[in-house]
Design a protein around this ligand. Structure first.
Ligand code: UDP
Length: 349
């Protein structure tokens, strides 16, 4: 079923991959992005692009009405854990308050399907791994708390609609899917889309920048954790698979699926050292590594229990291979990113 979908943050990394898949699947896509970290060239040509902020409720309500939006996929948000420790109010304002404003606009206009980019950071340091969705949530940094609060708001809004406590406006229930992302990485297989965030901090991106000569090397943030080799373990998921999970969630909500919180990972972890070796292997380039102190807000290990998402959504990941994740990220870093930006930059004439 083709839907009219608002994609916030659709010029960003995960948002642009998802927007592209949505367009390819026949949906009508409106991208709202303030270009904090997104790029115009990343937005598919067949999407309507609007520059603006999710917290601008007047703009958002107008978009929802003018484009007869049926579902919102909300990516726009800040994502850097250490920055959230240093500047929590920035995270609460944009990630939490901004999300509330967007939800309020949905309430005002009767948009009843909402897909939210949540994070495995809501678990904090899970007692049991792999982490199931019903594991206790105890985030250890403001980023995780900003996401968890948004999950709570979604839950409460959905419940309030079911109770009919909101004055009847002829609209149905409000239903949502919150996808708890584990570690997203990689680029499109055709090499035309990938992560282009300035001053990126994520491991695979940083390692690829290093083998491409864009930075000196990589500092490993701690090698004294209680893990296989002392470095932190994460569940890396390919961005194309993560994007397709959003389309599956949309299809699910479109046929009246009930609200769900779902882990988005593959259910297996790799250590920082294993990832760095994989980047060395796919690039054939040595990667200088320095061991540094632990980074604030880092849990030792985070791996998804991915059972539930397979039970609920019709989703089949295609790229469950660390080599594919690292190879596509590397190729994008080496060839794709610059050519894409150049091709679409306004001419100097
Ligand atoms: N990491 C690292 N060096 C870097 C970037 C990341 O050692 O330059 C480690 C980080 O401490 C964490 C893992 O790599 O254990 C993944 O971090 P990333 O920032 O990619 O994602 P996060 O898990 O924080 O969302």
């Amino acid at each position: 079923m083709a839907l009219s979908v608002l994609v916030t943050g659709g010029a960003g990394y995960i948002g642009s991959h998802t927007a592209r898949q949505l367009v390819a699947a026949g949906h009508q896509v409106v991208v709202l992005d303030n270009f904090y970290s997104g790029h115009r060239w990343a937005v598919p040509a067949d999407a309507t692009l609007v520059e603006g902020d999710v917290a601008n409720s007047e703009l958002v309500e107008r978009l929802l009405r003018d484009h007869d939006i049926q579902a919102v996929i909300h990516f726009a948000g800040y994502i850097v854990v250490p920055e959230s420790v240093e500047n929590p109010q920035k995270y609460y304002l944009n990630n939490t308050v901004g999300s509330l404003s967007l939800m309020q606009a949905c309430m005002e206009t009767g948009v009843d399907k909402f897909i939210f980019s949540s994070s495995a950071a809501v678990y904090g340091i899970p007692e049991v791994l792999p982490a199931r969705e019903d594991a206790p949530t105890a985030p250890i940094n403001p980023y995780g708390r900003s996401k968890l609060m948004t999950e709570w708001m979604l839950h409460d809004l959905a419940v309030s609609r079911q109770l009919g406590s909101v004055p009847s406006d002829g609209q149905g229930d409000f239903r949502y899917v919150a996808l708890r992302y584990f570690n997203v990485a990689g680029a499109s297989l055709d090499g035309t889309l990938g992560q282009a965030t300035p001053e990126a901090t994520h491991l695979i991106k940083v390692a690829c920048e290093a083998v491409c000569g864009k930075r000196q090397g990589v500092t490993v943030f701690g090698d004294d954790y209680d893990t296989v080799d002392g470095t932190c373990v994460r569940d890396y998921i390919h961005v194309e698979d993560l994007a397709s999970a959003h389309l599956a969630a949309l299809d699910y909500l479109a046929v009246d699926g009930k609200s769900e919180i779902l882990n988005c990972g593959y259910g297996r972890g790799f250590s920082v050292s294993e990832v760095l070796n994989q980047v060395r292997q796919v690039s054939g380039i040595d990667l200088p590594v320095t061991i540094g102190p632990r980074r604030a807000g880092d849990p030792p290990a985070l791996v998804a229990d991915a059972t539930r998402i397979h039970e609920v959504l019709d989703w089949t990941p295609q790229h469950q291979d660390l080599a594919v994740i690292c190879r596509t990220a590397y190729t994008w870093e080496r060839d794709g990113m610059a050519s894409r930006a150049e091709a679409e930059a306004p001419s100097a004439a």
